[in-house]
Design a protein around this ligand. Structure first.
Ligand code: DAH
Length: 339
């Protein structure tokens, strides 16, 4: 009986086929319900006692040899049919993989963030649905303050205290609620205003807010920070600060960058002056610091806010703000190679 197993073992080891049906026959013959393996296992009882260990060992070896053989031949068959199966010319070049592109607003936002990160600013965010306190009151814009009309607000009807934030300055407040000076943070995000839609304005757009609060922060720090920024982003190193008014800063300024008048395009976008307004800025009003329980005798700060759409228009020559939101692939695909 032991010789029988050895014979089978040899047979199994020698067995080869490239034919699925033949392999299945082989499997059934050995491993089927009434197959050789089951029969040999059934015979175990009749094996003389002294032969049992060797018989058992050989039988297990046979069983394993059958399993291995069936598995490896099946794999080979699958590989062969994959090779032959499709009938495709496998030497043809592949289909091009469709590459996405970043949105010009994201590209611009990321560039601005990178610049401020290099001088120690972190990134913070706040909610787009705000309450009156964070969007207005804490920013030194109490109820009935006329400057509230500077920004036409979408209110949420369910709760008159809720609104869509009109600027990212609200994140200044959220940030100062959680962090004490020294503070150096920039806050990118989407904002909303109830304005007529045109080439230059939209009901939704994006801003980046900057806030720096520490002991001894001065207007000179603000100027130098903005100068660094315009040099890095535009390669332009001439800027000017025009006196302006914002309720949350005192003094306040609007910042212009000197764009130049080299081309007809320069004339058009600067209305012939060479100067372009790029942001609002100023020294954080002491009232705002006190609202946040920050001692305005000890600490001073500067803040600024800029619109990402305007900056991206300058960087990429995009003529109409509406183009950002139309998702026209003819525009978006042009940014595939831009980082
Ligand atoms: N929040 C202003 C706006 O939306 C922009 C701004 C101006 C932000 C001056 C500031 C600032 O932080 O200091 O028009």
């Amino acid at each position: 009986m032991i010789e029988d197993i050895e014979k089978y073992l040899e047979e199994v080891r020698q067995f080869q086929t490239a034919d699925g049906e033949e392999l299945e026959k082989f499997r059934i013959r050995f491993a089927g319900k009434k197959g050789i393996l089951n029969e040999l296992f059934a015979r175990f009882k009749q094996v003389p006692k002294e032969d049992k260990p060797r018989y058992g060992k050989l039988l297990n070896e046979l069983k394993k040899a059958v399993e291995d053989k069936v598995r490896s031949l099946r794999e080979e068959l699958a590989r062969a049919s994959a090779r032959a199966g499709s009938g495709e010319d496998l030497t043809k070049p592949g289909y091009p993989y469709p590459l996405g592109a970043r949105h010009p607003l994201s590209i611009t936002k990321n560039r601005i963030i990178d610049i401020f990160k290099r001088i120690g600013f972190n990134v913070s965010e706040g909610p787009e649905i705000e309450d009156d306190w964070h969007n207005f009151t804490a920013l030194n814009l109490p109820e009935y303050h006329p400057a509230r009309d500077m920004q036409d607000t979408f209110f949420i009807r369910r709760n008159p205290d809720w609104l869509l934030r009109t600027h990212t300055s609200s994140v200044q407040i959220r940030y100062m609620e959680k962090h004490k000076p020294p503070i150096r943070t920039i806050s990118p995000g989407r904002v909303y205003r109830n304005e007529d839609i045109s080439t230059r304005s939209h009901i939704q757009f994006h801003q980046i807010e900057g806030l720096y609060v520490d002991e001894g922060v001065s207007f000179a720090d603000l100027k130098h920070t903005i100068l660094f920024f315009t040099k890095e982003l535009f390669g332009k190193s001439k800027i000017r600060f025009r006196p302006s008014y914002f309720p949350f800063t005192e003094p306040s300024a609007e910042v212009d960058v000197y764009w130049g008048l080299k081309t007809e395009h320069d004339y058009r976008i600067t209305k012939g002056t060479g100067w372009l307004e790029i942001m609002g800025a100023g020294m954080v009003d002491p009232n705002v610091l006190e609202n946040m329980q920050i001692d305005s005798q000890k600490y001073t700060g500067f803040a600024f806010g800029l619109g990402i759409e305007r900056i991206a228009m300058l960087l990429f020559g995009i003529p109409d703000i509406r183009m950002y939101y139309e998702n026209d692939l003819r525009l978006l695909e042009q940014f595939k190679s831009v980082l």
